[in-house]
Design a protein around this ligand. Structure first.
Ligand code: HPA
Length: 267
């Protein structure tokens, strides 16, 4: 009910705008909204059930607009599990995107790299994830639909599109498995060694609960990580949120180009 009301409010204030693609912008990646044409913006505070975004680099706004002929809904800012210890805070935003008409959700995040070739400032397309937290945003759901199939959660056709776009643009696009740590502390070097053995290529504190919610809502999913640092123990540089923000800005140019290329393809 709450979602239907929120969707209705957004539709009434946007003259029935029907986005095809949803995008979630991660830490330091919010400037993507500059490419939106004819934007209409809502503060999360004015949308019932939307969380108040709390971490610097996360605005807390929903933007509707057009990019290269495709109508999109952009969530500028997310909340993380570590902010409240509640894993399902992005439920209403994601279900609202589906309610507005989105068929696909593209997630972005800042992540630490476990592979030497994927350096800070580069972009990695996710192929799969490992949920290392042991929690799910679907805890407590009663319906049989809670048993979500997570095979090919990261849509293989969309992944191929991103590789083709990257190749055309001359952008090196890495690919790998993302491991979700709950944060807010960074990982220990021993945890990163364990993550490598388990098959991770990147680590981060977001995205996975949103992917689960999006698949549960029937959305196709793709996810792009901007690599902001080599993971704990892999370089001499100290890990910090400031470093994440600084290096996110370096990768944002390629990320923007890839997203715009994708939206042009879907127009
Ligand atoms: N670990 C977890 N989250 C992150 C990292 C990291 O190294 N870099 C950016 N977000």
């Amino acid at each position: 009910m709450r979602i239907a009301k929120t969707v209705e409010l957004i539709q009434s204030k946007s003259h029935g705008f029907k986005p095809k693609i949803g995008i979630i912008l991660g830490s330091g990646l919010g400037s993507f909204v500059d490419v939106l044409e004819r934007p209409i913006s809502f503060s999360y505070n004015d949308l019932d059930g939307f969380p108040a975004a709390g971490v610097s680099g996360h605005e807390g706004k929903l933007h509707l607009g057009n990019v290269k002929g495709t109508d999109v809904a952009v969530l500028q800012g997310r909340v993380h599990y570590y902010e409240s210890g509640i894993p399902d805070e992005m439920t209403i935003p994601i279900r609202s995107l589906a309610g507005l008409g989105c068929e696909t959700l593209i997630l972005t995040n800042a992540a630490g790299s476990l592979v030497e070739e994927a350096m800070p400032g580069s972009v990695m397309l996710l192929t799969d994830h490992i949920n290392f937290t042991g929690v799910s945003p679907l805890f407590g759901e009663k319906d049989i639909s809670r048993f979500v199939d997570m095979v090919d959660a990261y849509d293989p056709v969309i992944r191929l599109s991103f590789h083709n776009i990257a190749e055309d643009m001359g952008i090196k696009l890495h690919e790998g498995v993302y491991m979700w740590f709950c944060g807010p502390n960074f990982e220990t070097p021993a945890e990163i060694q364990a993550a490598k053995i388990l098959g991770a290529d990147a680590v981060g504190m977001s995205t996975v609960p949103e992917v689960i919610l999006a698949r549960h809502a029937g959305l196709k999913v793709a996810a792009l990580s901007v690599i902001t640092n080599m993971a704990a123990g892999m370089s001499d540089e100290a890990l910090s949120h400031e470093q994440t923000m600084e290096n996110a800005h370096k990768g944002v140019k390629d990320l923007k180009s890839l997203l715009v290329g994708f939206l042009e393809l879907y127009s």
